[in-house]
Design a binder for this molecule. Structure first.
Ligand code: SF4
Length: 167
């Protein structure tokens, strides 16, 4: 069976980011994978009912794992506590991955939801630190291989290896 991949909708050119923009990282490989029906394109924040545009949100004093365990919070830039919305977003990402039989995810780095290498530090001053967003953390906790958009080369190699193993 072909390896299937959950991919952040903003990486596929969908204008779903908080400011209504996309990340547009579509490469030839992603286009081919899309034609081969390997991709499940998903925006967890949109699925959880957050609007476009929306205020930027950051994890305060913790990471995605801690938010999902109830030990850290996610605030919008006006101080509103949106932790529950983002926890729901993470669970919906996991459901999309499981229903789509995805064994890997390619997620936009830096996001409090999709970030897998870095997230913002909670001060809303543009400073990043090492850490994971809520969806990336939950997917990884459930055995899904998570790659950031900076790791597309590694993901391609991982998929090719799995495809060769299943021949
Ligand atoms: Fe992109 Fe993920 Fe943010 Fe949606 S939640 S806009 S897919 S980074």
């Amino acid at each position: 069976m072909k390896t299937k991949i959950l991919v952040s909708a903003c990486l596929m050119g969908h204008k779903v980011r908080y400011n209504g923009s996309e990340k547009a990282a579509i490469s030839e490989t992603l286009k081919r994978w899309q034609q081969e029906k390997r991709l499940v394109t998903h925006c967890p924040e949109l699925a959880a009912g957050l609007s476009i545009p929306r205020l930027p949100a950051e994890i305060v004093k913790g990471s995605g794992h801690e938010v999902m365990a109830g030990r850290a919070r996610i605030l919008e830039s006006d101080g509103s506590d949106v932790t529950a919305h983002y926890q729901l977003a993470a669970w919906l990402a996991l459901r999309a991955a499981q229903e789509g039989k995805c064994s890997a995810a390619l997620l936009t780095d830096g996001s409090p939801t999709c970030g897998s290498e870095q997230i913002y530090d909670g001060s809303f001053s543009g400073i990043k630190r090492a850490g994971m967003g809520v969806a990336a953390a939950l997917l990884r906790e459930h055995g899904i291989q998570v790659f950031s958009d900076n790791q597309l080369t590694e993901l391609i190699a991982w998929v090719e290896e799995r495809d060769n193993d299943s021949v």
